[in-house]
Design a protein. Structure first.
Lengths: 239, 425
C-alpha cells in the first residue's frame, strides 16, 4: 500500500515538475533564437505584402554575413531588417550567417523555358562568355561554372525564382530599396545590360536545375577579384 | 576666416594670460591648452565619452565613429551632428580645451554663437571641468576623419540667434553638478551620471512647445523625431524602479534584459552603445539614484480599483484572443507569463499597460532583438508583424494584452497603430 501511495505521489510531483518545466523550457539553441527570421525566411521563397522574402537557407555564409552587416549599417536598405539588426554584434551575426548557410532545404523544381531559341542563345552567351565589348564579364566567371556560387561570398544564381531575380536586377539598376555595398560590382555590371537582357536572364535562370558544388575562391581571376573586392573582402569573416 | 580665427585665438590667449596674473594657481590649468597627451586621462576620457554616449549622436549608421553626420529630426528643423574627430578642416582639430568647455558647459560654439539645445548642453553643463578635459583629450587622440557633413535645415524663425538667446535665458541653467551632502557618495555619483553625463533627461522628460525639457524629474515624454515614448523613471505605472532591487536595476541597465523587462527601441541602443561599458560601481550608483527617485508604491497600489468591464469592451477584447494565441502565446505564454530573461512577461508588464500604447504597438509592428551585450551575447528575438497581420488585428491583440491577466490599459484603435508607424531609418 505504502508503495502504491509513494508511486502515486511520485507521479503527481513528477507531472507538476513537468508542467513547470513546460513553461520555461525554451531550447538553448540558435534555431530558437533566430525564430523571428523564419516568419519571412522559411524553407521557400515567399512574396509578402510589401516586399519579396527570399529563402536564405544554404546561401554562402560570407555572403549572408555581409548582407546582415549591410542591412544593419545602412549599406543595404530595408526598414524591417534595419530595425531588427540595429543592436546586433558582428560575432552574433556571423554565427547566424553560418546557421542559415548550414540549412539544407530542397530547391524548387526548375520552370519551363518560355524563351525563344534566339533569346536562349543570347542568354547562354552572356552567362558563359559575357560581352567583353561592353565590359560585362561572364556570369560564370564569378558565380562558378555550375552557377551555384563561389564560397564563401558569392551566392548561387540557381534555385531562385524569377520574381526575386527581377527585383534584384531592378534594385541594382535603379537603386531604390536595394543598395548593395558601394561601390558594388553587380550594380555597375547590371547597369551595362539592357532591360531585355535582364528580363531574359531572370526568365532563363529558374529553368536550370541546381546541380554541382559551389566553386572555390581560388578559381576567380585576379581581375574580377579586384573589380568585386568590396564583396570579397568580408572583414571579420571566419569560416 | 583663417585670420579672424587666428585673431580670436590670440585674443583669448591674452585674456588667459591676464587672468593668470590675477589667479596664479588656476593659470597652470587654463594656459595649458594642449596638455601633453596623458594616457591615463585619454583612457578616462574614453570611458566618460561612453557614459555620455557621444558616439550615439555623432556617428551615422555604419559611419566612422565620432565623424558626425547623423540627422536629428525635431519640430524646429533637422539638425546634423558635427564631426568631433580631431580633423583640422572638418572636425575639432583646431579646438582648444577651453573651446570644448564653452560648448559642453555653456552651449556656445567655437565662433561664440549659441548652440541649439538638440546638443544636450542643458544636461552636460553639470559635467565637471576635469571630466570635460578628459573627454576632450580622448577625442583629440582619435584618428582625424575628414568628413564634411551637410548643414542643418532649421525652420525659420528658429534659425534666429536672438530667439535662441531668449530660450537660453528662460530655460538654460548653467552649473556643474553640486553634490548633496545629505546623501551618500554613491547616490551623488548616480545623480551625476543620470542627470549629467548620461543626459537621461534628454528623452525621459516631457518637452514643452519650445522644445525645453520641463524639469529634471524624469517624468517621461515622447522622444522628438522618433515614434517612441520614453517612460517616466518616477512613476510605478511606467518605468519607475522604486520597488525594484538594486540588482534588478543593474541587470537591466548593463545587460538590456532582466526578469521583469527588456529594453527596446532607443533604450536598447543606449544599452548597447553606452551603459554596458560602465563599471559595476557606476551602474550600481545609477541604480541607487534611480531607485531613490522612483515612487515607493507598487503598481497595484497605484492602480485605482478596476471598474467592471462593459460588455462591448469585453467583446472588443475577445477579438484579440485568437490573434494572441496564434502569434504571441508560443513565446509569451498562455497567461502572459513570458520566460524570465528570454521573453519578457506581458502580465504586469508596465511597458504594455502605460498610458501611451506606442511602444507596445511598435514592438508588435517591428519586433526586435534585445541589445547584444556581454551579459546577453546571444539574445532571443521577436519577429516583426507589420507585414504578417493587419492594423486592426494589431489593435485587437494590443488591446487584449493591455487588459488581460490583471493588466489595465486603454483600448487601442487601428488608427493608433497606423500613427505609431514611421521610423528614423
Amino acid at each position: 500500500m505504502k508503495f502504491i501511495v509513494f508511486i502515486l505521489l511520485w507521479a503527481i510531483v513528477g507531472s507538476a515538475n513537468a508542467l513547470e518545466l513546460g513553461a520555461s523550457e525554451i531550447p538553448d539553441t540558435l534555431e530558437q533564437r533566430v525564430k523571428p527570421c523564419i516568419i519571412c525566411h522559411g524553407d521557400e521563397d515567399r512574396a509578402g505584402r510589401d516586399a519579396y522574402y527570399p529563402r536564405i537557407a544554404g546561401k554562402p555564409a560570407g555572403y549572408l554575413f555581409n548582407q546582415l552587416r549591410n542591412f544593419r549599417d545602412g549599406r543595404r536598405y530595408y526598414q524591417a531588417m534595419a530595425i531588427l539588426l540595429e543592436n546586433m554584434s558582428d560575432d552574433y551575426l556571423l554565427e547566424i550567417a553560418h546557421y542559415f548557410s548550414s540549412l539544407k532545404y530542397p530547391y524548387p523544381q526548375p520552370t519551363a523555358n518560355t524563351l525563344s531559341p534566339d533569346e536562349t542563345q543570347a542568354v547562354e552567351t552572356l552567362i558563359h562568355s559575357g560581352d567583353p565589348d561592353r565590359d560585362i564579364p561572364a556570369c560564370s566567371a564569378c558565380h562558378g561554372k555550375a552557377l551555384t556560387g563561389t564560397k564563401p561570398f558569392i551566392p548561387s544564381l540557381l534555385g531562385l525564382p524569377h520574381a526575386y531575380l527581377a527585383a534584384q536586377f531592378g534594385g541594382w539598376r535603379n537603386g531604390g530599396i536595394m543598395r548593395g555595398q558601394t561601390p558594388d560590382c553587380m550594380s555597375e555590371i547590371a547597369k551595362k545590360m539592357t532591360q531585355k537582357e535582364v528580363n531574359a536572364l531572370a526568365m532563363w535562370l529558374p529553368t536550370q536545375p541546381v546541380t554541382g558544388e559551389p566553386a572555390e575562391m581560388e578559381e576567380l581571376t585576379p581581375e574580377l577579384m579586384q573589380r568585386c573586392h568590396t564583396i570579397l573582402s568580408g572583414e571579420g569573416f571566419i569560416q | 576666416m583663417k585670420l579672424s580665427n587666428k585673431f580670436k585665438f590670440t585674443g583669448r590667449r591674452q585674456t588667459i594670460i591676464f587672468a593668470a596674473s590675477l589667479l596664479l594657481p588656476l593659470s597652470v590649468v587654463a594656459a595649458n591648452q594642449f596638455p601633453a597627451p596623458d594616457a591615463e586621462q585619454v583612457k578616462r576620457g574614453e570611458y566618460l565619452s561612453r557614459a555620455a554616449n557621444c558616439m550615439g549622436c555623432h556617428t551615422t549608421r555604419g559611419g566612422e565613429p565620432y565623424a558626425g553626420g547623423r540627422t536629428l529630426k525635431t519640430p524646429f528643423g533637422e539638425f546634423v551632428t558635427p564631426n568631433i574627430t580631431p580633423d583640422n578642416e572638418t572636425g575639432i582639430g583646431r579646438w582648444s580645451g577651453e573651446d570644448f568647455w564653452q560648448a559642453l558647459h555653456f552651449g556656445k560654439g567655437r565662433d561664440g554663437s549659441y548652440l541649439y539645445p538638440v546638443f544636450p548642453y542643458t544636461e552636460y553643463t553639470k559635467v565637471t571641468r576635469e571630466d570635460a578635459d578628459a573627454i576632450f583629450a580622448y577625442l583629440r587622440s582619435l584618428k582625424p576623419v575628414a568628413q564634411t557633413n551637410p548643414p542643418h535645415k532649421i525652420n525659420p524663425p528658429y534659425d534666429n540667434q536672438f530667439l535662441l538667446f531668449l530660450w537660453r535665458t528662460w530655460y538654460f541653467k548653467e552649473g556643474v553638478h553640486e553634490p548633496d551632502n545629505s546623501k551618500s557618495e554613491e547616490w551623488n555619483r548616480g545623480n551625476y551620471l543620470v542627470q549629467g553625463l548620461g543626459h537621461c533627461n534628454a528623452c525621459h522628460t516631457p518637452r514643452n512647445v519650445w522644445g525645453a525639457t520641463q524639469d529634471s524629474k524624469l517624468a517621461g515624454g515622447e522622444i522628438m523625431g522618433t515614434y517612441w515614448y520614453a517612460p517616466s523613471l518616477i512613476s510605478p505605472l511606467e518605468a519607475g524602479v522604486g520597488e525594484w532591487s538594486i540588482d534588478e536595476i543593474v541587470k537591466l541597465l548593463s545587460t538590456g534584459i532582466n526578469k521583469h523587462a527588456v529594453t527596446s527601441g532607443p533604450m536598447a541602443t543606449v544599452v548597447r552603445q553606452s551603459l554596458q561599458y560602465l563599471s559595476p560601481e557606476d551602474i550600481r550608483a545609477m541604480a541607487v539614484y534611480l531607485q531613490s527617485i522612483g515612487e515607493k508604491r507598487s503598481r497595484n497600489e497605484a492602480l485605482k480599483k478596476i471598474p467592471p468591464m462593459p460588455e462591448r469592451v469585453s467583446k472588443y477584447l475577445a477579438l484579440g484572443k485568437p490573434v494572441y494565441e496564434k502569434h504571441c502565446q508560443g513565446c509569451h505564454g498562455e497567461s502572459g507569463e513570458g520566460v524570465p530573461g528570454i521573453y519578457p512577461p506581458l502580465a504586469g508588464n508596465r511597458n504594455v499597460t502605460m498610458t501611451s500604447p506606442h511602444n507596445t504597438i511598435r514592438s508588435v509592428l517591428y519586433g526586435g532583438f534585445p541589445p547584444v551585450t556581454a551579459g546577453n551575447p546571444r539574445p532571443y528575438g521577436m519577429p516583426p508583424f507589420q507585414h504578417i497581420i493587419r492594423d486592426n488585428e494589431i489593435a485587437w491583440v494590443v488591446s487584449y494584452i493591455r487588459n488581460t491577466w490583471g493588466n489595465l490599459g486603454s483600448l487601442v484603435s487601428p488608427e493608433e497603430v497606423d500613427s505609431s508607424r514611421g521610423n528614423e531609418f
